[in-house]
Design a protein around this ligand. Structure first.
Ligand code: IPE
Ligand code: IPE
Ligand code: MG
Length: 252
């Protein structure tokens, strides 16, 4: 029984879906405003929708889903909103873990986790440990995440290796930088989806998104469902990904 939302049938035949997908879960505030509800109601609706996205992505065959849940810049919001977001985070992973278990979804966290309050770090640790055996899809939650913060982290690790005499500066390569990011085993996202219309990355996966396809939708995150995801995947499948080279049809 699928308990992550309603059961639907999936016609994925022939549709090339990304192995690694990033989603910037934006628009909770606007969703709430439209309904004359407090912003916290939007965040709650957004969290509910994450379950739906996980289920749909798992069924589509996505292997790594990275969702942007809280940025290193989101601390600039009013204290009570930040507090609500932290509480919701704890609640989500406590309450919904059995559903993620049922869907075979392994949970991991990326971001400056070490700087978060202890109760949040505990949730991350428990969530990761108890889901290690699940293998349908990895849900990677970017929490207190910033692309620049991640580059700062990687740079520091590499600088330490130079200082310790393990490597020389001229040994540093792009590949080495990738290997020193938070989760080096997670493939770079082939597609990044941003609901709510904003045409920017807002510090999401700066290094990893070098060749990601971008797909922006006007739909607000809490309303972003199966149909929108399918549209994004259909568009993605038609994109000509050249990586600086030539189209397959021109490169005889
Ligand atoms: C995304 O929704 C949630 C977080 C950034 C934590 P927003 O709260 O940014 O919603 P808008 O952009 O104000 O509509
Ligand atoms: C990006 O949304 C961060 C998350 C969705 C967690 P923001 O609402 O923080 O981004 P800006 O401020 O519009 O760039
Ligand atoms: Mg926003």
């Amino acid at each position: 029984m699928a308990i992550l939302g309603k059961k639907k049938t999936y016609d994925t035949e022939g549709l090339k879906v990304p192995v690694s997908l990033g989603v910037i879960m934006d628009g909770n505030g606007r969703w709430a405003k439209k309904r004359m509800l407090p912003r916290s109601a939007g965040h709650r609706a957004g969290a509910e929708n994450l379950k739906e996205l996980c289920r749909n992505c798992g069924n589509y065959g996505v292997k790594y889903l990275t969702v942007y849940a809280f940025s290193t810049e989101n601390w600039a919001r009013p204290e009570d909103e930040v507090h609500q977001l932290m509480e919701l985070f704890v609640e989500f992973f406590e309450k919904y873990d059995p559903e993620l278990e049922e869907e075979g979804i392994r949970v991991r966290f990326t971001g400056d986790i070490a700087s978060l309050p202890e109760n949040i770090r505990e949730v991350c640790k428990r969530g990761e440990e108890r889901s290690l055996h699940r293998n349908k899809m990895q849900l990677i939650v970017a929490f207190n995440y910033g692309g620049r913060r991640e580059l700062e982290y990687a740079t520091r690790l590499i600088a330490q290796k130079v200082k310790d005499g393990e490597i020389n500066p001229e040994d540093i390569t792009e590949d080495m930088i990738s290997q020193n990011m938070y989760l080096p085993d997670v493939p770079d996202p082939e597609l990044i989806i941003r609901p709510s219309g904003e045409m920017r990355l807002s510090n999401f996966l700066l290094w990893e998104s070098a060749y990601s396809e971008l797909w922006v939708s006007e739909t607000l995150w809490p309303d972003f469902g199966y149909d929108e995801l399918t549209k994004a995947f259909s568009d993605f499948a038609r994109r000509d990904r050249r990586f600086g080279g030539l189209s397959k049809k021109d490169a005889k």
